[in-house]
Design a protein around this ligand. Structure first.
Ligand code: IMP
Ligand code: MG
Length: 180
């Protein structure tokens, strides 16, 4: 028995809609990296894991996976700075790195991760995410992005990697949380 039903205000994207959109984004990614020998897929855990798992099935370029961890939320309360830690040995020198996350909100996590990775001299760093909120940060705008949905979602999201208090990442759909 789960408590998810009480928390759901609205289902934003169903499992079928998510899978359909991922295939479309994978086509963009394949096109962008068609001349690349290998891409390093870097899921930002834990939120980027579900998306990574489904996305890589459609990637036609040689790839390897290297995990990175970032956390910025406690319940609905944002921590002031994201905590970032490398998990795997990093071997990204002169490689194309594609970060995978659930949502780019303020972009602080992405900028923090990028800053750390740049010290390892990769050839390029790009991001793919389910959601990417509109932002006027110039540094963020310079980062190449492949995004499933750019429209700002109108609430806190859960499911398909997105958590509320570490739960509901396993839902195959994405829902908006009800605050009542
Ligand atoms: P940023 O650093 O502000 O871009 O925050 C990015 C991170 O915050 C994401 O990777 C998520 O883990 C988390 N986050 C932001 N918005 C939501 C949401 O609506 N639901 C669940 N997690 C979220
Ligand atoms: Mg996250």
């Amino acid at each position: 028995m789960t408590t998810e039903d009480k928390l759901i205000k609205e289902i934003l994207y169903t499992e079928e809609e998510i899978q359909k959109r991922i295939k479309e984004v994978a086509i963009e990614i394949n096109e962008h990296y068609k001349a690349s020998d290998e891409i390093i897929i870097m899921p930002i855990i834990k939120g980027g894991l579900n998306y990574t798992y489904d996305l890589i099935k459609h990637i036609k370029i040689d790839l390897s996976i290297s995990l990175i961890k970032a956390s910025s939320y406690h319940l609905l309360e944002k921590l002031s700075t994201p905590k970032i830690s490398l998990i795997d040995d990093i071997n990204i020198k002169d490689k194309d790195v594609l970060l995978v996350d659930d949502i780019v909100d303020t972009g602080e996590t992405l900028l923090g991760v990028k800053k750390i990775l740049e010290t390892f001299n990769p050839k390029s760093i790009a991001i793919t995410s389910l959601f990417y909120k509109e932002n006027n940060n110039e540094e963020l705008k310079q980062i190449k992005s492949f995004v499933c949905w750019r429209k700002n979602p109108k609430g806190f999201l859960m499911g398909y990697g997105l958590d509320y208090d570490e739960k509901y990442r396993n839902l195959p759909y994405i829902a908006i949380i009800s605050y009542n």
